[in-house]
Design a protein around this ligand. Structure first.
Ligand code: GDD
Length: 325
């Protein structure tokens, strides 16, 4: 039985990846910096909490990262641990860099010393492309120009992963994932903020949603589709980078329109307020990924459409908020 280590296992991707790898027959070990009961809801919703070995590990602490790798001796490592909320990174650049950038380096170094034949997946991000308003879609060759402390920290981790591959021959690669969402998304992110807000309005629990830049456009896919590709990348003969995206872009307004339509509201504008506190110092106006390489080499295609994703999220939030009889 293959043993896998997932850092950041309590997050959206960690939960879906755990479920996926358990179904493949892996022994799943996972770490997070906070294993208190309220952080385990995603693992509980998917019914996988009891099937995985959980460890409390702080990615900023070299000794505990080393102890983790030494005790698990994984065949595959998925580094999903991250401070992942872009907007928060301007107010917390140092912890963001410590976890996202140096945390990745600590893990790579532990792998190099303790299990150099393992395979390593790094969760890179389309945020690394930065500069908005590109005329074309981004692929593996598009120049990187990060625009937030979060994106800069991820760029360091991205290049360190490649550097450890090139310097020490480790099987280490990065998935450049565009936004991926699900009912397990945290409430801070715009998609879940909207699905939860629409569900609350529908059930009479709230009368509006406050948002920032509604003209921003993102390439939104379903997280459950995206974790599969992480695994596929580690089954390749050669470690290399892949862009993972749907290739289709929608605005925050599009998301709002679909979400409100799901509960029968066509004119949603009266339920949405603009609040400057949600604007960012620098905004990425549009991200759109070209996933041709993933399709060609990995045989991967996203299965869930944008419309299905929005519907799934709104319905699940309505279910969650509806009292059970
Ligand atoms: N969070 C949030 N809250 N975003 C808002 C709001 C709001 O009230 N109003 C408008 N937006 C806009 C943001 O300005 C941004 O342009 C867009 O909605 C998406 O914001 P998020 O959902 O917070 O995601 P993100 O694109 O910043 O980052 C996500 O995707 C990256 C991959 O491209 C995160 O998952 C990152 O960790 C990930 O790397």
């Amino acid at each position: 039985m293959k043993r896998v280590l997932i850092t950041g296992i309590t997050g959206q991707d960690g939960a879906y990846l755990s479920e996926f790898l358990l179904n493949k027959g892996y022994e799943v070990h996972g770490s997070a910096h906070d294993l208190s009961a309220d952080k385990l809801w995603r693992l509980d919703e998917l019914g996988v909490r009891e099937k995985i070995a959980l460890r409390d590990v702080d990615m900023t602490d070299e000794a505990s990262v080393n102890a983790l790798v030494k005790s698990v001796q994984p065949d595959e490592i998925y580094n999903l641990a991250s401070r992942s909320f872009v907007a928060a990174s301007w107010n917390a650049p140092l912890p963001t860099a410590d976890v996202n950038a140096l945390g990745t380096l600590r893990l790579l170094q532990a792998m190099r010393e303790l299990c150099p034949t393992a395979k390593f997946y790094q969760a890179s991000t389309s945020e690394m492309y930065g500069s908005g308003n590109q005329q074309h879609r981004q692929d593996e060759d598009t120049p990187l120009h990060p625009k937030s402390p979060y994106a800069v920290s991820k760029l360091f981790a991205h290049w360190m992963t490649i550097n450890y591959r090139e310097s020490f021959g480790l099987f280490a690669c990065c998935g450049i994932l565009f936004n991926h969402e699900s009912p397990l998304r945290g409430l801070d992110f715009v998609t879940r903020k909207i699905s939860n807000g629409v569900a609350r309005i529908h059930l009479g629990l709230s009368d509006h949603i406050s948002l920032g830049n509604m003209d921003a456009k993102r390439d939104w896919g379903f997280a459950g589709d995206y974790v599969e590709v992480m695994w596929r990348m580690l089954q390749q003969p050669v470690a290399e980078e892949f862009v993972i995206s749907t290739g289709k872009t929608h605005s925050v307004r599009d998301f709002l329109a679909f979400a409100f339509r799901e509960v029968g509201i066509e004119d949603w504008t009266k339920y949405v307020k603009s609040d400057p506190k949600y604007l960012r110092p620098v905004e990425l106006q549009e991200l759109s990924g070209k996933n041709d390489k993933a399709k060609r080499v990995l045989g991967w295609e996203p299965r869930v459409s944008f419309e299905e994703l929005v519907t799934m999220m709104v319905r699940r939030d309505i279910e969650r908020l509806t009292p059970q009889t």
